[in-house]
Ligand binder design. Structure first.
Ligand SMILES: CC(C)(COP(=O)(O)OP(=O)(O)OC[C@H]1O[C@@H](n2cnc3c(N)ncnc32)[C@H](O)[C@@H]1OP(=O)(O)O)[C@@H](O)C(=O)NCCC(=O)NCCS
Length: 139
């Protein structure tokens, strides 16, 4: 498996650029804040993989004491279809498994449904659940 490690301070800008290149950022969501929040939390991390001195793949992983979650699964466009996405997901699963988490959930935006085949090839299946959400005020 390709080597993933927890991201460092020096990786932040390159990671945000990678997420932008992969179309994962949204105007209403500050990726820098997402990174700080995940890195500061005791139950979450951002794993990155370097290839040729640059960040080529990322995954944000965390758990809520019950289930694991994956976010920002991303491979730089020039490195896609070489197995890095698979390695990112497996690295996140290993991170969760080491903490006793035995099931992982993830969300795929409706407009990104093409990526469903990627997760299916890794053994993921669509669960018959509705995802409901509500924004709450920042404390
Ligand atoms: C989705 C993504 C992470 C896949 O990364 P990748 O490195 O190209 O994937 P891999 O090379 O590890 O592919 C693993 C398997 O998934 C398949 N696969 C990859 N992308 C796929 C796609 N878009 N649709 C269907 N299958 C796909 C591969 O064929 C491979 O199958 P195989 O092992 O049977 O050959 C990458 O395309 C990406 O960063 N996309 C933009 C960001 C994104 O949409 N992330 C997901 C958010 S939910």
């Amino acid at each position: 498996m390709t080597g993933f490690r927890e991201m460092a301070d020096d990786d932040v800008d390159a990671t945000v650029q990678l997420w932008r290149d992969c179309g994962l950022t949204r105007p209403w969501n500050d990726p820098y804040k997402d990174i700080s929040f995940a890195r500061d939390g005791g139950c979450s991390a951002i794993l990155v993989c370097e290839t040729g001195g640059r960040i080529a793949a990322t995954v944000m992983v965390g758990h809520d004491g019950h289930r694991g979650m994956l976010y920002y699964v991303a491979v730089a466009p020039t490195f896609q279809r070489q197995g890095l996405g698979r390695s990112a997901v497996r690295a996140a699963e290993a991170w969760l498994g080491a903490r006793g988490v035995w099931k992982v959930n993830l969300l795929v935006r409706a407009e990104n449904a093409a990526v469903k085949g990627f997760y299916e090839s890794l053994g993921y299946e669509v669960n018959p659940v509705l995802c409901m959400a509500r924004k709450i005020q920042n404390p």
